[in-house]
Ligand binder design. Sequence first.
Ligand code: IUR
Length: 309
Amino acid sequence: MKDHGVDATSQTANIRPADMITIPDLIRKKRDGGQLSDDEIKAFIQAVKEKTIQDSQTGAMLMAIWLNGMVSAEIKALTREMMSSGEVMEWPDEWKNFMVDKHSTGGVGDKVSLVLAPALAACGCKVPMFSGRGLAHTGGTLDKLESIPGFKVEQSREQILKILDSVGCCIVGQTETLVPADRVLYALRDITSTVDSLPLVTGSIISKKGAESLSALVLDVKFGRAAICKDFESATELAQMLVEAGNGLGIRTAAVLSGMNSTIGRCVGNSVEVIESLETLKGNGPDDLMELVTTQGDDVAQQLSSVRV
Ligand code: IUR
């Protein structure tokens, strides 16, 4: 695309320059099975960020992507544009080899992040976890944390630096300045039945991890009755997409696949999951949760060791 503007409305069709692409044009292209160019994806994400697109148009584009998928070049552009829709964190030099994270595709009773983030911080890592709310039927780490009275999941870049300096880990949500495009798309996917699109999951997760400027990342891709991916094959496909996108941003990325046919641990529900996580940090956790935490902690260490060689 040369110097085209993108217009969110179709009413201007008779007065706009002939080569100006509108949002309805982009939706139509994707709806009809076309491949969006880097510039077209950039224009879509910019419109989402700047709120020059209507929610109904964003929902239509999400559904067009859900129906027709995206090729690898589109996923790469989507992830990059979502990441740079907001601030990309910069860390002090002495932290740069220790910036790690894990992210799950979501399950029921999945509280691994609440245990693993502080455990990694206790081992000397820095964990700047940009997390999410509940999507579809799966629970959200941010919702769990907000069951603690007064807990604030929206933090500025300066506050994140302070928290990481003093505590070693923080779990925060998207804001107007941190991955704002994901903030919008995440919420709209939830109400348009477009959560389980592998390209949209990849853009959502890896854009957040890219904005964290990580050294190493482990992804927990769930499969089974209570997961976004119902079977092992689609989880394998998602894992490959996520790893390719993460490595493409220069993050040492690995994925583990884990079954989600029954809940993790004994508790399901925001506040009781926080209590169970605290018990697990004291060494009194259920075996399945302990196993997920230690396995993924070990995977993070392995990824990190290859960064530092
Ligand atoms: N976690 C995210 O951050 N995004 C997603 O799309 C899913 C889990 I599924």
